[in-house]
Design a protein around this ligand. Structure first.
Ligand code: ADP
Length: 274
């Protein structure tokens, strides 16, 4: 490397070259990292600054709505303004969640997560979102605890569950499961009988703001950030999102992470319908 006056970040790759040689490729990624750092800081600051004005707007709108008669001419515009403000609020929340998760370093992979408790929390969340409009099945293999950061994994699982519900017509089926895999890991998966995704979109789903159908996502209250959050949370756990989907039939989103077996003898999968 030629002499440099400041610290540079190099990305180094080793590749086999012919039978006995190895090719070393070094790329200076200092500038890319600086720009990426600026982008993250900008997004985090703007989102943070937007939080207070939006809360004030939302508060006043709610107060004005409570003072209007239901059939007054102002009722509809106020309700539309309130819906849009609340959409902006949830986008700002998602942007902040993404910034936090992108910045999170040093995930303690030794930390054990009680998956039974986490699945109970997710079950309650799913119940609240699905109400009686969907069939939701839950299965959890007991004695199988995950390793890593509970907040991040919970956020990843919640995003997958809320997507499954949002992209499935009422009356559809959502199956959520946590079980061991033959390779010795734990697999969390969410299967739905929803609208499904055309193959050409699948590779791009975890990009920030990528949405298969923007108009539809807007209707369902999507920000296009949920799967980016999932990707980053899983990346910190050396895992990645697997997606299998068929348009018009449904999708399965899953990931595998390292686990700790508490009691190998007693493996009876607990299944329930919400
Ligand atoms: P959004 O907030 O728009 O849902 P996400 O990042 O969570 O953003 O998802 C990106 C896009 O992936 C969505 O806009 C939707 O088109 C597609 N998608 C995600 N989950 C599902 C699913 N379970 N079924 C069908 N499409 C999905």
């Amino acid at each position: 490397v030629s002499p440099v006056s400041e610290l540079h970040v190099l990305e180094i790759r080793l590749m086999p070259y012919g039978d006995r040689q190895t090719l070393l490729i070094a790329r200076d990624v200092t500038r890319i990292q600086q720009l990426e750092g600026m982008r993250k800081e900008f997004v985090a600051n703007v989102s943070h600054e937007l939080k207070t004005p939006l809360t004030v707007l939302q508060g006043y709108l709610e107060m004005m709505m409570s003072m209007e008669e239901k059939d007054s001419p102002n009722a509809k515009p106020l309700s539309l303004m309130q819906q849009q403000t609340s959409r902006m609020q949830s986008m700002v929340e998602q942007l902040l969640a993404l910034s936090r998760i992108e910045d999170a370093s040093n995930v303690d992979l030794e930390n054990q997560i009680n998956m039974r408790n986490l699945m109970d929390v997710l079950k309650e969340e799913a119940k609240a979102l699905a109400l009686d409009r969907y069939q939701v099945y839950f299965s959890c293999e007991p004695g199988l605890n995950a390793h890593g950061n509970e907040i991040q994994l919970r956020s990843a699982c919640s995003n997958l569950i809320s997507n499954a519900i949002r992209y499935t017509e009422e009356g559809g089926t959502i199956s959520i499961s946590w079980r061991s895999t033959p390779s010795g890991g734990g697999q969390f998966s969410v299967k739905d009988t929803g609208e499904g995704i055309e193959p050409q979109h699948i590779a791009r789903l975890t990009e920030r703001f990528y949405r298969v159908d923007s108009a539809r996502s807007r209707q369902t209250g999507g920000s296009g950030l949920g799967l980016a959050i999932v990707k980053h949370a899983l990346g910190h756990h050396h895992s990645e999102l697997n997606v299998t989907s068929e348009a018009g039939v449904g999708s399965t989103f899953s990931f595998i992470i390292p686990v700790h077996l508490i009691d190998k003898q007693e493996i009876v999968v607990e299944e329930s319908q919400l």
